[in-house]
Design a protein around this ligand. Sequence first.
Ligand code: SAM
Length: 229
Amino acid sequence: MKITAISIFPEYFSPLRLSLIGKAIESSVVDFKAIDLREFTHDNHKTVDDTPYGGGAGMVMKPEPWGEAIDSALNRHDGIVDLILLTPAGKTFDQELAAKLSSRENLLFACGRYEGIDARVSDFYRGHQRVRLHEISIGNYVLNGGEVAALVMIEAITRLIPGVIGNPDSLLEESHNEIGEVEYPVYTKPAEWRGLEVPEVLKSGNHGEIANWRRREAQRRSKTLRESE
Ligand code: SAM
């Protein structure tokens, strides 16, 4: 999979060099590049924002550098590209979309800042023949920029690519699976910690009972945990 992220803070993506995604990049399972939006400006101040038409607080990202940066990023990729415009007003990212995007060849993340990107950028690329446009939010809250949102999406998507997670079985029973449940509680040694015991059934060696217990616990947690805050 080839991934490009466009941002005014390309260094935000350095954590991708760590851990399993870092290994996937090192072994070329994932090809990642962060592009600096300011490279596509033509003034001494490398200006990427301007005041909003119609007035109001804050600044809006100018369409010209975005257009040039996205065109340049498209040249780095072959064929159809899934262009992900990060915005708190978009469709909420979830495991189903992560699974869908994990089978795609080319992902391009556009990370906004300030009050967001001039709306003509999404209008233009929605009609582009090489682009499948997605306007995506990672949740109902507002961040300062799209970089953290892109990192969240890249991690959730790339860990589903075969070869990225050491043991693919660990993906099978995870939370947000096809039946929409969260995972059962998990325990490791020691059997007792600060007076708290590991449930007896998990130490019984009875695989049938363990499976039943886990199913029941997954159902219980799916109902209760989500309501507890
Ligand atoms: N004025 C915008 C609004 O109210 O919709 C918020 C802009 S926000 C301060 C700046 C940038 O952060 C956005 O353009 C987007 O790229 C990113 N962003 C903020 N919250 C996000 C979220 N929940 N999901 C994805 N991206 C987000």
